[in-house]
Design a protein around this ligand. Structure first.
Ligand SMILES: [Zn+2]
Ligand SMILES: [Zn+2]
Length: 489
């Protein structure tokens, strides 16, 4: 109680102090919120483990969402769940609304299909389980909740004006969950959005990402016996193959840096049946959203041509659409300071043995000692992934950081990422992330001029352009991860 009262007095005094004294006061405040994060280390690790034990795919994260919400409710957050038409999405709020900043922390929670893996340093799926946390979103969600709890506690004790929110954002992996939340206006009164991601190093470097449009082309033909009466059939798989061939020719005639990928998600079941249905799932990516729109338009032309030439019909279901990240250097530097204060990860004996064994399986293992270090700050990285955080960053100043939750050299979406996300390396890396998030938020509450500077940078970068979603569907694809049919179909 005495510590809390001391903290409150310190925070109240801080705003009126000269810069030198403010720095010393800021360090004390950051130390206080970090201690609050560390006091909750064991429950945060248990929360991350609970999500990892029961990996759930996009829009099906009912257990994970409920667990995250429960921890926030217990900490006094008010919760609105099922927002923007998504049963597993939520917004949790704590703190006071006056003139102080509203800071949103993003919390992802979905797993990936086909990535089952035990928390051991050799490839070994969990028997009877398909999904796995190969992007570490179990850590992402738990770390955001741990940070938010500490920030809420600090706001309450310090008397500083401001609000902290957690956005439970489902289906990051291809479901564009955040885009529906952006479109619903849920970020309209947010001053700053902060996020983090599991990684194989500690870095607050700010990067761009690729804009992305995705969706499924579904061809319909006529089934017939492939040997007795092929002339009476029309192969939907031929439609898919013709489309794919044209897409592969298209690659030569698109702007540099365009990425086109596809998977045949239905190619028929039996060679002796002319397939009546077939489906290809496409992604088109580029740094420039207009290039993505244009190239995807040409894929639609190719699909029509493929259907015409094969005597089939085709329709298209849009699934995802995300903008590239708009980096914010002002917030990136706040994050860099916080991450340096949080520090990296020193492995204990068991973790070192785990990391060494796991490194034998990596194509390009990194130096284990790098998990201890924080990478130099940069704000000019051209990222090659895509994320629905991109749309958030187009409506509110946004920044992210990464911590070493995975053994150095581990790529995302690998069994090695699943393994480390389910044990102490991942959990302790997530604790560093929570500490950095909380310390960054405290600096922003105490120095609101940084929030104003981040907004001014955001406005300059936007250049007056209106936000126009790339997403082409009205409702979330809540069943995009459900199997299309039963096991016998
Ligand atoms: Zn991912
Ligand atoms: Zn991810």
């Amino acid at each position: 109680m005495r510590a809390a009262a001391g903290l409150a007095a310190l925070a109240l005094c801080l705003a009126g102090l000269p810069p030198g004294a403010r720095t010393a006061g800021l360090d004390a405040e950051r130390g206080g919120v970090r201690a609050a994060v560390e006091a909750w280390a064991a429950p945060q690790a248990a929360l991350a483990q609970a999500l990892w034990d029961q990996p759930e795919l996009g829009y099906l994260e009912h257990g994970a969402s409920a667990l995250l919400q429960q921890q926030l409710r217990d900490a006094g957050f008010g919760i609105e769940s099922g927002v923007a038409g998504m049963p597993t999405a939520f917004v949790a709020r704590a703190g006071r609304r006056g003139s102080g900043p509203v800071i949103a922390l993003l919390a992802e929670m979905d797993a990936l299909p086909g990535m089952s893996q035990q928390a051991v340093p050799m490839q070994s799926p969990v028997p009877g389980q398909d999904a796995g946390h190969a992007c570490g979103h179990n850590l992402f969600g738990a770390g955001a909740v741990g940070a938010a709890r500490a920030i809420a506690q600090w706001l309450a004790h310090s008397g500083v004006d401001g609000e902290v929110r957690v956005y439970g954002t489902p289906a990051e992996e291809g479901g564009s969950g955040k885009v529906f939340m952006v479109r619903a206006g849920l970020f309209d009164d947010v001053d700053v959005a902060l996020h983090w991601h599991p990684g194989d190093s500690n870095s607050a470097a700010q990067s761009t990402s690729l804009a992305n449009i995705s969706g499924k082309f579904r061809f319909r033909g006529l089934a017939s016996h492939a040997a007795i009466s092929p002339e009476r059939g029309r192969s939907a798989l031929d439609g898919v193959e013709a489309l794919n061939h044209m897409a592969n020719l298209l690659r030569e005639h698109v702007p540099e840096g365009t990425r086109i990928h596809y998977a045949i998600t239905d190619g028929g079941q039996a060679p002796n049946v002319v397939p009546a249905r077939a489906e290809a799932y496409y992604y088109v990516r580029h740094h420039d959203a207009e290039v993505v729109r244009e190239v995807f338009g040409r894929l639609h032309d190719a699909a029509r041509g493929a259907a015409l030439g094969t005597g089939t019909e085709v329709d298209f279901e849009p699934l995802g659409g995300v903008h590239g990240l708009l980096p914010n250097d002002t917030l990136g530097r706040v994050f860099d300071r916080a991450l340096r204060a949080a520090g990296g990860l020193e492995y204990d004996g068991d973790e070192l043995a785990f990391a060494r064994a796991l490194q034998d399986s990596l194509q390009r293992p990194g130096a284990l000692a790098s998990a201890r270090e924080v990478q130099p700050y940069r704000s000019d990285i051209r990222g090659l992934a895509s994320t629905d955080v991109g749309d958030v960053s187009r409506v509110v100043p946004t920044a992210g950081l990464a911590t070493a939750t995975w053994v150095p050299g581990t790529p995302a979406h690998s069994w090695q990422a699943v393994a480390a996300s389910g044990m102490s390396i991942g959990q302790r890396g997530a604790l560093n992330a929570a500490a950095a998030l909380a310390m960054a938020a405290v600096e922003l509450y105490l120095r609101p001029e940084l929030v104003d500077a981040a907004r001014a940078e955001f406005d300059r970068a936007r250049g007056g352009t209106e936000y126009r979603p790339l997403l082409q569907r009205a409702e979330p694809p809540l069943d995009y991860r459900r199997p299309a049919a039963g096991p016998d179909a």
